[in-house]
Design a protein around this ligand. Structure first.
Ligand SMILES: [Mn+2]
Length: 456
């Protein structure tokens, strides 16, 4: 099992203790999740906060930080002979606990002797088995559980700032992800099925002992944002969006998107939109530095989008007015990016607004902005995705046209020439440094020329 040093985990827990004044903190690790019956399970994925503070990548564990009595305990079973027969000999839990700086391991049956039901800090639970576990422990109903806001805020502030050793891991995952993307570019061709390319992406990933950080999005219907259907035969003239990324053995994610011309060459119409999205991506990244509000970067990207669409005759009118009204949302109905780390949408399970918003900065209800997961000021140590896109969603265009929405701004007859266009998205992962930013990993083909070159 790959772990950071015991010091890393101890420091993380000690820093957490500085923010939580008193009480006990219970972290639940994940259990195996049955696929169709108990013994046939999905790939095991440890909870990311458990990984962050306790590192041990095994099912069936929980851990307590008892601030009042200054002790730390990992609850879990030692391996039995049955375990050894079925899964092989294993380093003992006690020994693994030592490696993450925890001296005490205890059977989970004893857990209620160590907690205080009235002063237990725990995080929001996204798995039903863990919801039930905490509810039974506290004699409450699952829908009455009250996660600790103090703990959520402390964990978010800590996990948001990535250390050097985390950046090393994230760079590794982006570099494997890079190979997945180069492979996909080379494998894409007219007449092939999408799943053939997905097969190549997965083969490349597994050859590096990596796993998916989210299900692969590879589709000629890129206008559907999270399209996990891979059954289309690709046709010359189409665009394929590849949004795929892996996580390393330690769980750190990469999340990259490129858009590939199926025939190996972009048409003029595709070039115009591609250059627009590329300009949005590059200029957004160039602006990144501590103190900058990410919502403003999202709006600047929208401004480039609208300016270019105006040149192409798709929209008309005053750009500032269009920004105010949220016209960009018709073409980019998602946010510019999100934090990334141990989770691909980092810490989303703790509550998106605790991660990307703050007091005095509320979430918009406009299409596009409402899906902006990261809006607040950037800080040195953040890692965020920058992923502008431009899409032509026939159903949305038709609905807005019928409703007369944005009719003073949108040239619907021109937009209707793009109904079979699909979509374009370009995404990189960017580390915010003290003085600016750094794109993680080696460069991944991104300009039209680079993508066409790799497909030759
Ligand atoms: Mn993303």
């Amino acid at each position: 099992m790959k772990l950071f040093s015991a010091e890393t985990y101890k420091n993380r827990r000690n820093n957490l203790k500085k923010n939580i004044v008193k009480g006990k903190i219970l972290f639940l690790g994940n259990n195996e999740a049955p696929m169709n019956y108990t013994d046939n399970t999905f790939r095991f994925r440890q909870d990311s906060s458990f990984l962050y503070y306790f590192g041990i990548n095994l099912p069936g564990l929980s851990a307590l930080i008892d601030i009042d009595n200054d002790q730390e305990i990992i609850f879990g079973h030692e391996f039995s002979m049955d375990d050894i027969i079925w899964i092989g000999p294993h380093e003992s839990l006690a020994s693994l606990a030592q490696k993450v700086g925890v001296e005490k391991t205890i059977s989970p049956a004893e857990i209620d002797k160590y907690i205080n039901k009235n002063a237990l800090h725990f995080l929001p639970q996204y798995r039903f088995d863990n919801q039930i576990f905490i509810a039974e422990l506290l004699n409450q109903k699952t829908n009455e559980l009250k996660p600790s806001l103090e703990l959520i805020k402390a964990v978010v502030s800590q996990r948001s700032i990535k250390t050097h050793e985390e950046i090393v891991e994230m760079t590794k995952s982006v570099n494997v992800t890079r190979e997945m993307h180069v492979t996909a570019m080379k494998a894409t061709a007219a007449g092939k099925m999408e799943y053939e390319v997905v097969g190549k992406i997965l083969e490349t990933m597994h050859a590096h002992n990596a796993e998916l950080s989210y299900p692969v999005i590879f589709s000629v219907n890129g206008q559907t944002l999270h399209n996990h259907y891979h059954g289309n035969k690709m046709q010359a003239g189409q665009l394929a969006i590849n949004d795929s990324g892996c996580e390393t053995e330690m769980g750190y994610a990469g999340d990259i998107t490129r858009t590939i011309p199926v025939s190996g060459k972009f048409s003029q119409k595709q070039k115009d939109i591609y250059e627009t999205v590329l300009e949005m991506e590059v200029s957004s990244i160039e602006s990144l530095k501590p103190g900058l509000m990410y919502k403003d970067v999202h709006l600047s990207a929208n401004k480039i989008l609208l300016t270019n669409l105006k040149t192409l005759g798709l929209v008309t009118g005053n750009i500032e007015d269009m920004l105010e009204e949220g016209v960009g949302g018709l073409f980019m109905p998602h946010g510019l990016g999100h934090m990334i780390g141990l989770d691909v949408h980092d810490m989303e399970a703790l509550g998106e607004n605790y991660v990307g918003y703050r007091n005095g900065l509320d979430r918009s209800t406009q299409l596009g902005l409402k899906s902006l997961r990261m809006a607040k000021e950037l800080e040195a140590g953040h890692v965020i995705t920058v992923e502008p896109g431009c899409y032509f969603i026939p159903e949305l265009i038709s609905r807005y046209k019928t409703e007369g929405k944005f009719k003073e701004f949108v040239n619907y007859s021109k937009v209707e020439e793009y109904l079979d266009f699909g979509g374009i998205r370009i995404e990189d992962n960017v580390f915010i440094t003290e003085t600016g930013h750094q794109i993680l990993g080696e460069a991944i083909p991104k300009t039209r020329e680079e993508v066409e070159e790799i497909m030759r």
